[in-house]
Design a protein around this ligand. Structure first.
Ligand SMILES: [Zn+2]
Length: 390
C-alpha cells in the first residue's frame, strides 16, 4: 500500500528579484521541495498560512496512485469540504482507485485579495479567445486585468528544450501584455516534477499555480479546449469535465470559470479573425516555439482560417507556403483524422472543407494509410483500443 503524502511545512522566501512559496513534502519517506515562484513585486500576494495550492497540485497524481494527503498546514475549509465530499469521490471512480482522503486543520477565514481578474496566456486559440471575450464586458469586476504565464508542465511536452520553449513564451506573452496594457504575472514552478501525467490533469496544476497567489486573484478564467457538447467524465483528461473540476476548487474569494466551453473551437477561430491582435500573436504550435504549420494543432487552425477565408491575415505568424502547395494532401489528412482519430475538431471542419474544395480520392486514401501507420509507430494496439473505447 502507498504511503500517505505529507505536507510538512510551507515557507515564504522573499529575495531581491523573486519570491518563492515552498512546501516541504514527504513522499515515500523522502523530503522534497515543491515551489511557486514569482517576480518580487508579486511576492506579497503569496499566502504562507494556507497549503491550498500544494494540496491541489498534489491531488490528481495522488488520486491516480490512491495515496492520501495530510497537510500539517491549514487548508481552507470550503476547499477541504469540496475535495473530500465531491472531487476525490469522482476521481476515485475515474481512476478506479480507492477514494483518497485529504486531511488538514480546516481554516474558515476568508483570505482578502486585491480583486485581480486573470487568465493564462500562451497566445493559442483558446487563450486569445478568452482575452478577446473577457476584456471589455459590461461587467466591470469581471474584466481581465492580469495575464499569466504558468510554468507547470506545458513547456515540457514539445519537441524542443523546455527552457527554450519557456523563454520564447515568456517573451511573447510579455510583449502582448506590454502592447495591450495588461499586468503580466509569470508563475514558475516545479509541480511537474511531482506530476508526470501533465496532459491528463493540467487543469488542476494550472489552478494550483493560481491559488498560490491567494491574495491577488478574485476571478480566474481557465481557457478550455473542450466545448460543453463534449463534456464527459473520463480518465483520459480532466479537461473534458473541467466545468465540474474548477467548481470544486473555487472557494472563498477566488472563483474559477471554464472559459470558452460555451463555443466550439471553430467559432473561437471565427471570433479571433475579428480580433486584430491575433494576426500578430496567434501561436498554436505545441511542438516548436514558432508555428510549424504541419503539426495537428497548427493544421487545425489553418483549416479553420481557410474556411473563413482569413489565411492571408495570419501571414505574419504562419508560413503559408507549405500549406498552400500541399493543399490536397492536407485536406486528405483532415479526412483521415475526422474518421480515424476521433478528432472532434476535424469532424466539425471536414464537412465544411469538403463543401469548399474538391479533395481527391488519392489524397484521402494515402492520408488514411499514412495516419494508421503513424499511430502504430507511437502507440501499442492495446492503447489504441483503450482510446477508441473512451
Ligand atoms: Zn505546429
Amino acid at each position: 500500500m502507498k504511503e500517505t503524502i505529507i505536507i510538512d511545512k510551507v515557507i515564504l522566501k522573499k529575495g531581491h528579484t523573486a519570491s518563492r512559496l515552498s512546501a516541504i513534502i514527504i513522499i515515500d519517506g523522502i523530503q522534497k521541495e515543491m515551489f511557486f515562484e514569482v517576480d518580487q513585486t508579486y511576492g506579497k500576494y503569496f499566502c504562507e498560512t494556507r497549503a491550498d495550492c500544494f494540496v491541489v497540485a498534489l491531488l490528481p497524481q495522488a488520486a491516480m496512485d490512491g495515496q492520501d494527503i495530510v497537510s500539517r498546514i491549514p487548508v481552507s475549509e470550503r476547499l477541504l469540504f469540496q475535495l473530500n465530499f465531491f472531487l476525490c469521490v469522482v476521481l476515485a471512480r475515474v481512476y478506479q482507485k480507492k477514494k483518497i482522503k485529504v486531511s488538514a486543520p480546516a481554516d474558515d477565514r476568508i483570505i482578502e485579495n486585491s480583486g485581480a481578474v486573470g487568465t493564462g496566456l500562451t497566445c493559442g486559440v483558446d487563450s486569445l479567445y478568452t482575452v478577446a471575450s473577457y476584456t471589455k464586458t459590461a461587467y466591470r469586476n469581471h474584466n481581465l486585468t492580469h495575464l499569466c504565464l504558468l510554468n507547470v508542465g506545458s513547456h515540457h511536452i514539445g519537441r524542443i528544450d523546455p527552457e527554450e520553449m519557456g523563454r520564447f513564451r515568456l517573451d511573447h506573452t510579455k510583449r502582448f501584455c506590454d502592447n495591450n496594457s495588461f499586468a503580466f504575472v509569470h508563475i514558475n514552478s516545479n509541480v511537474h516534477d511531482f506530476s508526470p501525467n501533465y496532459t491528463r490533469y493540467f487543469t488542476l496544476l494550472n489552478a494550483a499555480a493560481v491559488m498560490s497567489l491567494l491574495r491577488l486573484f478574485s476571478l480566474y478564467y481557465h481557457s478550455s479546449g473542450v466545448s460543453i457538447e463534449n463534456f464527459h467524465v473520463t480518465a483520459v483528461d480532466l479537461a473534458h469535465f473541467e466545468v465540474f473540476v474548477l467548481k470544486m476548487v473555487s472557494m472563498g474569494n477566488l472563483k474559477f470559470f471554464s472559459a470558452g466551453t460555451e463555443v466550439s473551437r471553430l467559432e473561437k477561430v471565427r471570433i479571433l479573425t475579428t480580433y486584430p491582435e491575433s494576426y500578430y500573436y496567434l501561436n498554436v504550435c505545441n511542438l516548436y516555439p514558432e508555428n510549424c504549420g504541419k503539426c495537428i494543432k497548427c493544421l487545425r487552425t489553418l483549416y479553420a482560417l481557410d474556411i473563413f477565408n482569413a489565411l492571408d491575415k495570419y501571414s505574419k505568424v504562419f508560413d503559408l507556403t507549405d500549406y498552400q502547395k500541399n493543399h490536397d494532401r492536407y485536406m486528405g489528412e483532415c479526412f483521415a483524422r475526422a474518421f480515424f482519430a476521433r478528432d472532434q475538431f476535424c469532424r466539425e471542419i471536414w464537412p465544411l472543407l469538403k463543401k469548399k474544395y474538391r479533395v481527391s480520392m488519392w489524397a484521402r486514401i494515402s492520408e488514411v494509410i499514412r495516419f494508421i501507420r503513424s499511430r502504430f509507430k507511437i502507440y501499442s494496439l492495446s492503447h489504441i483500443l483503450y482510446r477508441l473505447r473512451d
